[in-house]
Design a protein. Structure first.
Length: 118
């Protein structure tokens, strides 16, 4: 199984390297359109290789997706915590009742023996 995992990650790494080599050209990312930047007098832009833009976009998408799922599953996690506390409380109660039943049973056995002999 480890061999398959290593082979998979080797293929993924090779694909990332090939994408990086195929997309080495520089691109300019602008935060706003040029006419608006000229109007406001600011031009927030940055030049990066295209592969960096692709990888950052994928990473941002994964991060947003993970965060979205974490927030979406909050209700499920909260419900699981409540159920876990309830199960632990019931488990303690069962242990107490078993202890009480074991004590009562031993007394009943002694009384039953005394009644048979008496």
């Amino acid at each position: 199984m480890k061999t398959i995992r290593y082979a998979f990650w080797a293929i993924v790494g090779l694909c990332l390297i090939l994408v990086g080599l195929a997309n080495r050209g520089m691109v300019t990312l602008r935060a706003m359109p040029e006419p608006m930047a000229k109007l406001l007098g600011i031009s927030p832009d940055i030049s990066l290789p295209l592969y960096a833009v692709i990888f950052l976009g994928v990473a941002a998408g994964l991060l947003i997706g993970f965060l979205w799922e974490w927030v979406r599953e909050y209700r499920i996690r909260a419900e699981a915590r409540v159920k876990s506390r309830e199960v632990e409380k019931l488990r303690r109660e069962v242990d107490q009742l078993r202890g009480a039943a074991a004590g009562a049973k031993s007394e009943d056995d002694v009384l039953a023996l005394l009644e048979k002999t008496g």
